[in-house]
Design a protein around this ligand. Structure first.
Ligand code: FES
Length: 104
């Protein structure tokens, strides 16, 4: 069983790649979560709350708080802190529940 290196300086990183956030290019690294890539690009909010539309981004960073929900490749309610970025991922701001198109 292999384990990730304990020393991050020894990690072998691949070349950066691009994802998009609301249509704008964002640089990501192999193994990086979507939340980490957005943070590194200076993007701190990618969701709004159902009541009041307050901005939200990553809070706990470990999959517990659900503040980091985003729409990724058209699928809403994806936890950006747990989802590894993949080349070409399209991340968009999620408003409310992410299902506004279903409202009647
Ligand atoms: S930041 Fe808390 S679940 Fe992602």
């Amino acid at each position: 069983m292999s384990r990730p290196p304990a020393d991050p300086e020894r990690a072998e990183l691949g070349p950066p790649f691009e994802i998009t956030f609301d249509g704008c290019p964002v640089r990501a690294l192999p193994g990086q979560s979507i939340a980490a890539a957005l943070w590194a690009a200076g993007i701190l909010a990618w969701r709004t709350t159902r009541k009041g539309g307050a901005p939200r981004g990553a809070f706990c960073g470990i999959g517990s708080c659900y503040d980091c929900l985003a729409t990724v490749n058209g699928r809403p309610n994806r936890r950006a802190c747990l989802l590894r970025a993949r080349p070409g991922d399209a991340v968009t701001t999620q408003e409310g529940t992410g299902h506004a198109e279903l409202a009647v």
